[in-house]
Every structure is written in C-alpha cells, then in structure tokens.
Design a protein around this ligand. Structure first.
Ligand SMILES: [Zn+2]
Ligand SMILES: [Zn+2]
Length: 82
C-alpha cells in the first residue's frame, strides 16, 4: 500500500492524498509536479528512478487506510539550499 506522503521532498509544499500534483518513484519518494518537471527532469534524485503520477486514494478509503503524516524534506537533493 502506498504511504501517500504529505509533502514534496524538494519544496515542502503540501501534497494531500487527493492532489493531482504529486509524483512518486518506485520507493515512494514524493515530489510535486513543478519540482519534478523544472528541477528533477522527471527522475528521482534519491534513487534515479522514473517519476509517475501518484494515484489518488478515494476519500471513503482514507478513513480506513489513512495517508502518512511523516514529512520528508531534503531540499539538498534537488538543488535547493538546505
Ligand atoms: Zn516541490
Ligand atoms: Zn526515489
């Protein structure tokens, strides 16, 4: 099951579970579309894997299978000052 992390690892913007702006790699490193396209070249800087759109979990499933609330923020990985 996907963790559905709550933010972009690069710019720390919120990516709620119903966001269409979230992209993930196979390890679920999570990025917003802006960073993925403009800074990352659609590749995960942590693992080198491709980034794909994160599926949206239906709201009626989120109560039973809640999204992660653990924020990961590592801006040094995507070329921003830490
Ligand atoms: Zn971002
Ligand atoms: Zn990754």
């Amino acid at each position: 099951m996907l963790e559905l992390r709550p933010n972009c690892e690069c710019c720390d913007r919120d990516l709620p579970p119903d966001s269409g702006e979230a992209l993930i790699c196979s390890f679920e490193c999570t990025w917003c579309r802006d960073c993925a396209e403009t800074k990352l070249g659609m590749r995960c800087p942590n693992c080198g894997g491709e980034l794909v759109a994160r599926p949206v979990r239906p709201a009626n499933k989120l109560a039973q299978f809640p999204a992660s609330t653990v924020r990961k923020h590592r801006p040094e990985k995507c070329g921003e000052a830490a």
